[in-house]
Design a protein around this ligand. Structure first.
Ligand code: URA
Ligand code: CA
Length: 441
């Protein structure tokens, strides 16, 4: 078999055989295919598409390109969550202890953030002592004892995806539904959980800009997951603006704790409860979506979810004292109010630009070697539909780099469209996709 012939075949719009897909993924994993040929095939796939069978087989081949985590020593149904990537998306920090407080096993492997979206691991490392480099044995032990654990994704999960993702990133071939679905699902399937909820973001801050594309991706991932014997559901959620108020690491931890204290931003609470209700249903712990949702709300009001979070921090080596005193988290030397350029209603927010502004303040990294400033970030005081005027701050910047404030302010203010007319608040949760079909919300 020759990679040249596979490129030619896909270039001409034909369907690739399982053997051809396997040859490609083996070559990528072993490094025997040149980057330029791999990139050419990715572009052919991008332009010509893949059908469902090709996508499913591509996912399987990528999943088996590395380690398959064996979680069979964990008793009961193991659940996991994945987001296609959002700005200020604090949901995992709330979701994991919330669901685990019902005794549902939340075994999460997570990656680090790159670019304008932050990773859950980076956020938790804002907590003094918090350790994410567990061995698989420790990870399993924690989940068995406390129903919750988080570890950094081991290097050897779906290595073919690492190579392909790196090439896609520099060849304008990221936003193809078959390539996104196989990339996400290969990693989730290799990580070994039984039930997966996917948060598929749509809107200005997401890869996918239209509802139709988000729906197609959701259906594809649900089919792949269910086809591989895992319960899989997808929630399509709006990313027209950052989630919650905080975009940063330490300040997102605070925001998560606020929701766990039954306070905090309404949108973050709603999305977390929606994702959690689907996991609770798939874990067989409730008879209906409504019952699952109510059960989780009760975990917030009773303080059980917060208690589980405290345990979670402790077992991962962190000091939980910040839960009562947020000043124990890293603090920024500069706290700056940001005012709108004019009065009116916020009509639109380019979320990715807000993410980049937060990164400029120090909250993110552009390369994997960059150091994160855990104290840095942006707190949004106004969101879509809110009225702003020139005397009232619309946001607060936190940073330790005074010389970055002006650059971040320019980037941040450029992200906002302010109009004279009132604008409705966007609907957050748009639909839930399962093997039964699509439920519009
Ligand atoms: N997240 C992934 O892991 N892969 C993609 O292709 C897109 C988002
Ligand atoms: Ca947030």
């Amino acid at each position: 078999m020759r990679i040249y012939d596979i490129i030619l075949k896909k270039r001409d719009g034909k369907v690739l055989s399982h053997e051809e897909i396997q040859f490609f993924i083996d070559g990528i994993t072993r490094g025997t295919i040149e980057d330029y040929q791999a990139a050419a095939l990715l572009m052919a796939i991008y332009l010509r598409g893949m059908d469902e069978d090709e996508t499913l087989f591509l996912t399987k081949a990528m999943m088996h390109s590395g380690q398959i985590v064996d979680l069979s020593r964990i008793q009961g149904i193991k659940v996991d969550k994945h987001s296609t990537g959002g700005v200020g998306d604090t949901t995992s920090l709330v979701l994991a202890p919330l669901v685990a407080s019902l005794g549902i096993k939340f075994a999460k492997m997570s990656g680090r953030g790159l670019g304008h979206t932050g990773g859950t691991i980076d956020k938790l490392e804002a907590i003094e002592g918090f350790k994410t480099s567990l061995s698989v044995e420790e990870f399993i032990d924690h989940v068995n004892r406390h129903a919750i654990a988080l570890m950094g994704q081991t290097r050897n999960i779906a290595p073919a995806d690492k190579v392909l993702y790196g090439l896609r990133d520099v060849t304008a071939t990221v936003d193809n539904i078959s390539l996104i679905a196989s990339s996400i699902m290969s990693k989730k399937l290799a990580a070994g959980s039984d039930a997966i909820v996917l948060d598929v973001k749509v809107g200005s801050g997401a890869f996918l800009k239209t509802y139709e594309d988000a729906l197609a991706l959701s259906r594809m991932m649900v089919n792949i997951g269910e086809g591989m014997g895992r319960r899989t559901m997808a929630v399509i959620s709006e990313m027209a603006q950052p989630l919650g108020e905080a975009i940063g690491n330490g300040i997102e931890v605070v925001e998560a704790v606020e929701v766990l204290k039954n306070r905090g931003p309404e949108d973050l609470r709603e999305l977390t409860l929606t994702l959690g209700a689907n996991l609770t249903l798939m874990a067989g712990r409730a008879d209906s979506y409504e019952a699952a949702y109510a059960l989780l709300e009760e975990q917030l009001t009773s303080g059980q979810a917060l208690e589980k979070f405290r345990t979670f921090v402790e077992i991962q080596g962190g000091s939980p004292d910040f839960i009562e005193d947020y000043t124990l988290l890293p603090q920024a030397a500069h706290v700056v109010a940001v005012y709108p350029p004019k009065a009116g209603y916020i009509k639109a927010i380019a979320s990715n630009e807000v993410g980049i502004a937060s990164l400029i303040l120090g909250a993110g990294r552009e390369t994997l070697e960059d150091k994160i400033d855990f104290a840095a970030g942006i707190r949004l005081k106004k969101k879509i539909g809110d009225r702003v005027d020139k005397e009232e701050p619309m946001a607060v910047f936190y940073t330790n780099q005074e010389d970055k404030i002006e650059e971040a302010r320019e980037r941040f203010l450029g992200a906002f469209e302010i109009s004279d007319e009132a604008t409705p608040r966007p609907v957050l949760v748009k639909a839930v996709v399962s093997k039964e079909g699509v439920k519009k919300l």
